[in-house]
Design a protein around this ligand. Structure first.
Ligand SMILES: Cc1cc2nc3c(=O)[nH]c(=O)nc-3n(C[C@H](O)[C@H](O)[C@H](O)COP(=O)(O)O)c2cc1C
Length: 183
């Protein structure tokens, strides 16, 4: 039995419990490009749809421990464009590699060996192997405590299939992943 008064608990404990209970979370595997032209790729599971007409999604991205911006935030604030790649079971290894805290000059497409293709409506690379992707422009940016709320307006949707047996999407469950299926 857990009964937790949040303000008396450590942030680690609250994180652990919340990410155990709020499941599964969809994963935005976000590709973006820096002002200098360096490609970037990283996953975020504090992510969801906010509305569908017009289609707006939200991603919550924390600052690094030293207070600096993560590359994804800096890139999106600079270029106002990004792509949410929808990850599938076969891409978990690459997705985890891309989540490492690399410095800004590192291109995670090179690190992971993933091929890319430019978006149709935004000048950002997408993961070619991802079975679906959402091309977005920055609609709104809000700062909340040590987090950046990125609201993206979806301009273009690409999907090789809408059948889950082909898409094989994954969700975030605590520190791991789950498969998504439809009965
Ligand atoms: C599955 C998964 C989900 C993640 N979700 C988030 C998230 O919602 N917000 C966040 O700030 N970091 C999240 N991270 C950590 C980022 O991916 C990590 O900080 C990454 O290095 C950021 O890269 P960037 O500096 O290139 O933007 C997640 C990591 C994994 C593996």
């Amino acid at each position: 039995m857990i009964e937790l008064e949040v303000q008396k608990a450590s942030s680690e404990e609250v994180y652990e419990i919340l990410t155990t209970l709020v499941v599964p979370r969809p994963i935005a595997w976000v590709s973006s490009i820096s002002e200098e032209g360096v490609f970037n790729l990283a996953p975020f599971s504090f992510f969801n749809l906010v509305c569908d007409d017009p289609p707006i999604l939200i991603i919550s991205i924390s600052n690094r421990d030293d207070g600096s911006l993560k590359d994804t935030v800096r890139n999106i604030l600079n270029t106002k464009e990004f792509i949410v790649n929808i990850p599938s079971e076969d891409l978990i290894h690459e997705l985890l590699m891309s989540s490492e805290d690399f410095p800004p000059h590192v291109n995670e497409f090179e690190i992971t060996g993933l091929d890319w293709e430019l978006g149709r409506m935004v000048k950002v690379p997408r993961v070619k192997r991802a079975k679906a992707w959402l091309e977005c422009i920055l609609f709104k940016h809000e700062e909340l405590f040590d987090y950046h709320l990125i609201f993206g307006r979806v301009l273009f949707i690409g999907a090789f299939s809408l059948d889950y047996s082909e898409l094989r999407p994954i969700g975030r469950v605590k520190g791991g992943f789950c498969k998504v299926f439809k009965e």
